[in-house]
Ligand binder design. Structure first.
Ligand code: FES
Length: 144
């Protein structure tokens, strides 16, 4: 919880690296905000742009996508494709009047539990500064 509200941040994590890093963060008992709702994907390359938009539609204040380090995707270039999709959706959000900073892509390895916790803190702080999406008056999903 930050800035008087508990944000909802959906984290799409690839099974091999980002999800394993989140798991490692838990095993190491690293502290990070509870605002993240992790959704495991076999690879971020499986991520459809509609998943990102749907997350915002269903009430997320922020969305992050976390995949393997560049050159380490277990499906060769899934993380590169996902990064392009995230960039496309960021541009779309901007056109809709929603801060593009509410969506971010991260690369990390399965050994980076501390990095995962840092990403969680970073996104939570960022969303806390932006405030809730629904009451911002800029959310197109609130317009009936
Ligand atoms: Fe991790 Fe492709 S397997 S991003």
């Amino acid at each position: 919880m930050n800035n008087g509200f508990e944000s909802k941040i959906v984290a799409f994590c690839c099974h091999y690296c980002a999800f394993a890093a989140a798991d490692l963060a838990g095993v190491l008992r690293l502290k990070y905000p509870p605002d993240l709702r992790i959704i495991r994907l076999p690879c971020t390359g499986k991520l459809d742009t509609l998943f990102l938009l749907k997350a915002f539609e269903k009430g997320a204040d922020g969305v992050l996508v976390a995949g393997c380090l560049e050159g380490s995707c277990h499906f060769i270039s899934g993380n590169l494709r996902a990064k392009k999709r995230v960039l496309a959706v960021k541009n779309l959000l901007e056109r809709l009047g929603i801060e593009k900073e509410r969506l971010e892509f991260f690369n990390l390895s399965s050994a980076q539990g501390e990095r995962f916790a840092q990403i969680a803190r970073e996104m939570t702080e960022r969303i806390a500064k932006l405030g809730p999406l629904r009451s911002s008056g800029r959310c197109p999903y609130d317009r009936g």
